[in-house]
Design a protein around this ligand. Sequence first.
Ligand SMILES: [Zn+2]
Length: 287
Amino acid sequence: MGESAPGGLLKDRRSVVREIAILLAVAVVLAAAAFAGQRLLVPRAAISPDIAKGLDERLGSLMRNQIRATQKVIDLPLVNKGFAVIAGRLHAALPESPGAEGAFQGIRFEVIVLQSPEINAFTLPGGTVCVDTGLIRELHSAEEMAGVLGHELSHAVNRDPLTLLARRVGIAALINAMSGGQGGTILASTAQTLVDMHYGREAEDRADAFSVSLLARAGIPPDSFGDALARIRDSDPKEPGLLKYLDPHSPIDQRISRAREMARRQTFSPRPLGVDWAALVKELPGR
Ligand SMILES: [Zn+2]
C-alpha cells in the first residue's frame, strides 16, 4: 500500500509531463509550418473529430498562458465588466441544441483585451477571443463590438483556428508530433500566427452570417455587425500594417452590403446592452 501511492504519483507526474511535452511539440510544429507561411496541399477535411477532441482547448489554454505572459493584458474593472456583459449576452443567445455544428453553448468563451495599436481581433483554439485596444478605439458602441465578437464566436464554435493550423502543417505531421515529438519552446510564434490568420472565404462568410443572426437572437440590432465592418474599413491607422482585421481576399464593401442585407431580414426585440462604451474606451491606457 505504501509502495503503490508513490508509484501512482510518479506515473501521474510522468503522464502530465508527457502531455505537456506533446502539446509543446504540436505547438512547435504548428509554429514552424505556419511561420514559414507554408500552405501544404492538404484536403479541407483537415482533422478528425477524435484528434480534435480536447486538443483545441488544451492548445488554446497553453497559448492563452503564453499571451498573458508576453503581452500586456488590460485588466480594468470597467473594461472587464463591459466585455462580460457583451460576452454573456452573446453566449446566452448561442443555439442550445447540438445541431450539425455541435453544442454551441458548451464552448468556453472568454475575451482577453490586449494593449496594442493593431486594429484586430483573433480567436485561439478553444474559444478565447483576443481583442486589441486599437480595434476597441475604432468602434463606436458595445453593439458594434458584439458584432465583431459574434463573428469570432463562429470561428470558435466551428473550430476554425485548430482546423487551419492542422491544415497548414498537415495531418501526418500533427499526428507525428502528438505521438512523441520533443517538446520545446516558442508558443509565442504560434500565437503570433493566429494574429494574422484568416480562414478563407467560406469560413469568413459563415462567420459574418453567424454574427448577424446571433446579434438578432441576442436582442442586439443585427446591423451592428455591418456598422462595425464599416468603422474598421474607414479606420485610418498611422501605419497601414496596423489594420490586420480585414482579409484581403474578402472585398470589404461586399461583406458590408451582404451583412446589411442579412440584417434587414432578421426580426428581433431590442434589449439594450447598457454598456457605456465611451466611458469604457476612456478607461483604456494611452496608445
Ligand atoms: Zn474571421
